[in-house]
Write a protein that binds this ligand. Sequence first.
Ligand code: DON
Length: 307
Amino acid sequence: MAEIETALAQVAAEMAEARDRGSVATYIPQLGKVDPQRFGIAVAMNDGRVFAEGDADEPFSIQSVSKVFTLTLALGKIGDSLWQRVGREPSGNPFNSIVQLEHEHGIPRNPFVNAGAIVVTDVLLAGHQPREAIGEILRFVQFLCDDDSVYIDRSVAASEQATGFRNYALANYMRSFGNLTHAPEMALGVYFHHCAFAMTCRQLALAGRYLANGGRHSGTGHTVISTERARRINALMLTCGHYDGSGEFAFRVGIPGKSGVGGGILAVVPGVASIAVWSPGLNANGNSKLGSLALERLAKVMNWSVF
Ligand code: DON
């Protein structure tokens, strides 16, 4: 097996040469301003070692990667009753699609498509003011990565709040089926803010350690969630974490991963490591183009696969 330092350096060097880097998301205007040349990667091994290359210490907008953390919190809050309101099947549709909701009683296919994540956020809002719910999610992520410098990029949240018309449509539509308990603008206010968390690859890889380590925080040994729940979140990341590109990601990379339109991906090698990669240019499915390629290369060289 290759040494991780050598493998990471090789992958980063290959990515630095890449010409076709995909296109930066522009539907959230603030994301369109990010330099597509950036590339960072960090690996947090279960044994405590952390390795990084490229722009691994530059914060970026984690966007949908935050859905892994909100799902973890919502399962902690209401347990498996969550699955009465959100499904566990791949959608085969883009992340912001509305079509399935009409025939499926307003129940989103999974917690990672936007509609599903908005329901998850609605769960976290219960009993809280929006600002308290946002604070709870932020503190949880800061705890996971042992770093309270994780922050909310308010310009990104405001940018999406002003332009997220599809998400307003999704939330209103689900509300009409009774699958949203708060006013759409309240649930979306929280959702836009957790999507706007700014994190570095290093912080994100550290935050994902509990998923690689059977639900335990490998820094402190504290149980974050049960081993069974960590396995199930990993299963959902594998089957749904890249939307209609999930099959391709599983085929090429072979480990669970969750992408965000900011160009970040959190990937998990159960029992071994948590990996975060960032390259802002996206492929046609809205997933980081070079991020996916870097993970494919790294997994191959390191012989990492869940299969
Ligand atoms: O709701 C949205 O459209 C964004 N805040 C998040 C979407 C996202 O990251 C999809 N991931 N590839």
